[in-house]
Design a binder for this molecule. Structure first.
Ligand code: NAP
Length: 256
């Protein structure tokens, strides 16, 4: 299937590592041009080398509206267009009800959510021109909870609500907006989380056992495949959807 993504310029927040890194690599395979908004310079350089010049890294840790504005300015200076946006950067930072406080909660929501809005807001004039598409990466924790992570889950839930809200608002411009919901994917962030358990190996075996399809985790490449399809015009009648790429973990009977 030709996804018609050749030379399309796609912004990916957190696009150098983990799920975002797989999205950038997958886009390069399709001939598209990933713009990685990610401070991880070493991992970004590997992807830049792979792209042989048809990629860009903007090593910014997104937080303020100005950060996102700078990303748009620099992308337009280099490529002159924007065809898609993947809001992906986030971190599960364990700000809970008991082990947390109002300031930490506000900070966690801000750092996981606000740049999703900022990037969508500032790319909009260019997405209107290209009839581009937006994909928001949320999390299973928005649906099931996880415990001790109020700020992160609040942001992840809001990303699902905004997916529907933006899909409606952007109907007149033929801009499609969808969300992809991962559950268990081995990335640098996940590795840090699993190491926080007393016996990480045992915990991982227990999690894998409960994943219905194949008793294994989802790979970053399997998440990327869905994201890249949604960005492409082959997904031309899909908008406002929440797509679970999780081997059935969220919805199927875990006693199977
Ligand atoms: P990851 O391994 O930590 O990779 C994320 C990348 O984004 C890192 O390079 C990170 O840099 C960068 N980043 C973080 N905050 C940023 C910011 N504000 N601005 C720019 N770059 C930033 O994470 P991941 O597991 O791939 O997660 C990606 C997305 O998937 C997140 O939205 C996460 O909530 C979601 N998700 C993941 C899983 C999973 O199982 N892995 C499950 C559900 C949802 P640093 O490393 O320097 O911070």
């Amino acid at each position: 299937m030709n996804l018609n993504l050749k030379d399309k310029v796609i912004l990916i927040s957190g696009g150098a590592k983990g799920i975002g890194g797989a999205i950038s690599r997958g886009l390069i395979e399709e001939g598209a041009i990933p713009v990685m908004i990610d401070p991880s310079e070493m991992e970004g350089k590997e992807i830049l080398d792979l792209a042989k010049g048809k990629a860009l890294q903007i090593p910014i840790r997104l937080f303020s509206p100005e950060d996102s504005q700078e990303v748009i300015t620099r992308t337009l200076e280099v490529f002159g267009r924007i065809d898609g946006l993947v809001n992906n950067a986030g971190s599960n930072d364990s700000v809970g009800l008991e082990k947390g406080n109002p300031e930490a909660f506000a900070q966690s929501v801000a750092k996981n959510l606000n740049h999703y809005y900022h990037l969508a807001h500032f790319t909009l004039p260019y997405l209107k021109k290209s009839k581009g598409s937006i994909v928001n990466i949320s999390s299973k924790t928005a649906i099931t909870g996880q415990g001790n992570t109020s700020g992160y889950t609040a942001a992840k839930g809001a990303q699902l609500a905004l997916t529907r809200e933006w899909a409606v608002e952007l109907l007149p411009y033929q801009i499609r907006v969808n969300a992809v919901i991962p559950a268990e994917v081995m990335t640098p962030m996940y590795e840090n989380w699993i190491k926080s358990f007393a016996n990480p190996e045992e915990k991982l075996t227990e999690i894998n056992r409960r994943i219905p399809l194949g008793n294994r985790m989802t790979s970053s490449e399997e998440i990327a495949a869905m994201v890249i399809f949604l960005l492409s015009d082959k997904a031309s009648h899909i908008t406002g959807q929440h797509l679970f790429v999780d081997g059935g973990y969220t919805h199927l009977d875990r006693a199977l």
